[in-house]
Write a protein that binds this ligand. Structure first.
Ligand SMILES: Cc1cc2nc3c(=O)[nH]c(=O)nc-3n(C[C@H](O)[C@H](O)[C@H](O)COP(=O)(O)OP(=O)(O)OC[C@H]3O[C@@H](n4cnc5c(N)ncnc54)[C@H](O)[C@@H]3O)c2cc1C
Length: 498
């Protein structure tokens, strides 16, 4: 018989799942209320998640300067317009009103913002012409500043601990179960829990975020009855395999008459768009990185994905050659929260890319980092207050771990192959061109993968984490496809064909 894994028990006032910009900001606010906080992180602190993913060294963060046209009211209006009727007014207002203060906080934490003549440089972001986004100069430095502040204020960090289950009884949260990197089991008892575990773009084989981000936030929430909404709205953009592996395709090149070809050397656009229309589409795309059905630049992504599925796609511009494809990026929607970042489960909060409402179908570039700071701080504050009012009964939880069979269980390579299969399936049906028929077929394929693993054992307790990543990727893919199937009209990044 396989030995039982060791069990560690931890008690804390507030548990924060995720150590990206949202989780770390929440931790800082929590400590101001002097309650115990434990921040757990699936990967290494400062190196996991989207915030610190190094494929782009800088980050834009929207916050109104209050100068000229750059007012808070204009920011709210922009969010609502760009969101195409899908953003929540109250949350958008909070985001725009509190972002300037949260940007000042970043300066006090020591985060470097790009400046010219002593003034913070402001740039426009995707879909908004107002130069409102400050530039975080260095992602690595951003990570260090937030982590140092959490440490200085007495927050406890536990890295490489993957939360696989939340404990909820009678719609109230009591804690969570984590698996450490050697398969050890950690029971965490908490009076309030914040989900800040980021988005789900890592479930696609082509992703411009950390590949471990396979939708854990959403699966954890849904499994305990919290609501998620509109996850069909996530960002998709053109990325490169060459010269940079998994880089952003630079949009200023659309002003230089780029030539897109398939492997045979044929133009990829003839089927979709005329030469004149293409020039207009290029002009649109030179202003935003993201695929959206809002303007004719959508045909660029549609044509690239169509061609990429049967051959490599290259772009020649200025004697440079790029190999490109569509990639999934950040989620605009997710767990439903109110102004206090509360979910529908008592004591369970959410913030950052995990949460929804402050952005709509499309999102202004730079508004996600503002959201991590504004709603991270709010989640920290309200979770701390909640924990001060709560007595935890701390009863041991009941849960099941994947059973182990050293001889016949699934090996680590079986688990990896299954994850790869899921990533292929979801890429095929749920990125740019979403076909109803393909989505329905994909659900059947995912069901067959589920049948293989549902009652399976694993070879080694050390593989439990990968097993849960696999089951989460699978569950999240099903949730995503169902969300896609439920929306008939093309809007923002959602383009579905019969
Ligand atoms: C390359 C890149 C560039 C970007 N540029 C911009 C930009 O310029 N402006 C902008 O506004 N947005 C930008 N974005 C998007 C934005 O950075 C992210 O959406 C945002 O930072 C997400 O922050 P977060 O804290 O919510 O989640 P993340 O930073 O993704 O952090 C999630 C955390 O949760 C942990 N975690 C996940 N699952 C579990 C689990 N089961 N158990 C325990 N821990 C778990 C992870 O390890 C990680 O620590 C960019 C994203 C990328 C990838």
């Amino acid at each position: 018989m396989a030995p039982s894994p060791s069990i560690e028990r931890i008690h804390t006032d507030v548990l924060i799942i995720g150590a990206g910009a949202a989780g770390l900001r929440a931790a800082i606010e929590t400590r101001k209320k002097n309650v115990d906080v434990l921040i757990v992180c699936k990967g290494k602190v400062g190196r996991s998640g989207a915030t610190f993913y190094p494929s782009s060294p800088t980050r834009g963060i929207q916050a109104s300067s209050g100068i000229g046209i750059d007012t808070v009211d204009r920011h709210i209006q922009d969010i609502l317009n760009v969101g195409l009727g899908e953003a929540d007014y109250n949350l958008a207002e909070i985001l725009a009103s509190e972002a300037p203060k949260r940007l000042e906080d970043l300066l006090t934490f020591g985060v470097g913002l790009a400046k010219r003549d002593g003034e913070i440089i402001r740039e426009p972001g995707c879909f908004s012409k107002v130069p409102r986004a400050a530039i975080i100069e260095n992602v690595g430095d951003f990570a260090s500043c937030l982590i140092n502040n959490v440490n200085r204020m007495g927050g406890k960090l536990y890295e490489q601990l993957q939360i696989v289950k939340l404990f909820v009884t009678d719609n109230r949260i009591y804690g969570a179960l984590g698996i450490g990197k050697a398969g050890e089991v950690v029971e965490i008892y908490a009076k309030a829990v914040i989900i800040a575990a980021g988005g789900g773009a890592g479930v696609f084989k082509n992703t411009l975020t950390h590949p471990e981000q396979v939708g854990d936030s959403y699966v954890l929430a849904v499994e305990v009855g919290a609501r998620i909404r509109n996850i069909e709205f996530f960002q998709i953009m053109l990325g490169t395999f060459r010269p940079d592996y998994m880089g952003f395709f630079p949009i200023d090149l659309f002003r230089k008459s780029p030539v897109f070809r398939d492997a045979k050397g044929d133009s990829i656009f003839d089927k979709y768009i005329s030469e004149d229309e293409l020039n207009i589409a290029f002009a649109h795309r030179a202003t935003h990185f993201l695929f959206s059905t809002r303007d004719s630049s959508k045909w660029i992504d549609v044509a690239v994905e169509d061609a990429y599925k049967s051959s490599a796609v290259s772009v020649n511009v200025d004697v440079k050659m790029f190999e490109i494809a569509p990639f999934a990026h950040a989620f605009n929607r997710g767990i439903v929260i109110n102004e206090r970042c509360e979910t529908s489960v008592d004591g369970l909060y959410a913030c950052g890319e995990a949460a929804t409402g402050m952005h709509g179908a499309d999102r202004i570039g730079g508004n996600m980092l503002s959201a991590t700071q504004v709603f991270g701080a709010r989640a920290g504050l309200y979770a701390a207050e909640k924990s001060s009012r709560t007595i935890n009964d701390g009863n041991p939880f009941r849960y099941e771990l994947p059973p182990i069979d050293c001889n016949n269980g699934l090996s680590i390579s079986d688990l990896r192959v299954a994850i790869r299969d899921i990533k292929d399936v979801i890429f095929d049906c749920a990125l740019v061109i979403r076909s109803r028929k393909k989505c329905v077929n994909s659900l059947l394929i995912l069901e067959s993968i589920n049948n293989l693993i549902e009652n399976a054992k694993i070879k080694d307790a050390q593989d439990s984490r990968l097993y849960f990543s696999l089951t989460n990727a699978l569950k999240f893919s099903v949730i995503l496809i169902k969300a896609i199937l439920s929306r008939r009209e093309a809007i923002g990044p959602h383009y579905i064909i019969e």
